[in-house]
Design a binder for this molecule. Sequence first.
Ligand code: PXP
Length: 239
Amino acid sequence: MNARLSVNINKIATIRNARGGNVPNVLEAAINCERFGVQGITVHPRPDERHIRYQDVREIKPVVNTEFNIEGYPNKSFMDLVLEVKPNQVTLVPDPPEVLTSNAGWDTIKNESFLKEVITEFQNNGIRTSIFIETNPEMIKNAVKSGTDRIELYTESYASNYPLNKDEAIKPFIESAKLANKLGLGINAGHDLDLNNLKYFAENIPGLLEVSIGHALISDALYLGLENTIQLYLRQLKG
Ligand code: PXP
């Protein structure tokens, strides 16, 4: 089975917010991404609402017919929003509020009881959970104790090492995927995946269920158009 493509539409909101109006329209972007074939929409509301706003998240939910994934750090306001909107999936990231973008995975040992508590709350409300994680076997083994349904492998190191040596770049991700499969954890992946590195990743990661891609895909769409870009990304995921 091919991994699903979930498009992170935060960047559309970043452009919109630069002018304060409603151009480009985030709702239309979500609808069009689906019309052009994506299998999921991802948003990452941050506490300062500098790109996707909490109100956007409420408005996007009813227009998404594929899979709606909300990412973020589980503070009280994020948890309240997710429990109100009830997406298909919540992806928990350990971001401090001021970071530019997610830059680390969870320490599942230090945060074991915190993660377990919030994951239980989401699952009790029918929301699938995923936690952002690095390719550290101890962190992956301990992720099981949190009760999470899936992990999202943080692919920044793969993307930055891919041009140097793609075999070396992917090795830790293959090992992590094998371990996660053995432990019964579903596997998502994301961060810095693009048209150059996606195919090799998807071909080599056993059991990859979903990739979440924002920055590169929206940037490619400036040159290639959104419909064409989505077709190109979907093609990279074809087995
Ligand atoms: N996954 C997580 C947890 C993220 O925070 C982000 C960026 O918001 C992505 C995936 C997508 O990364 P990119 O924008 O580099 O494709």
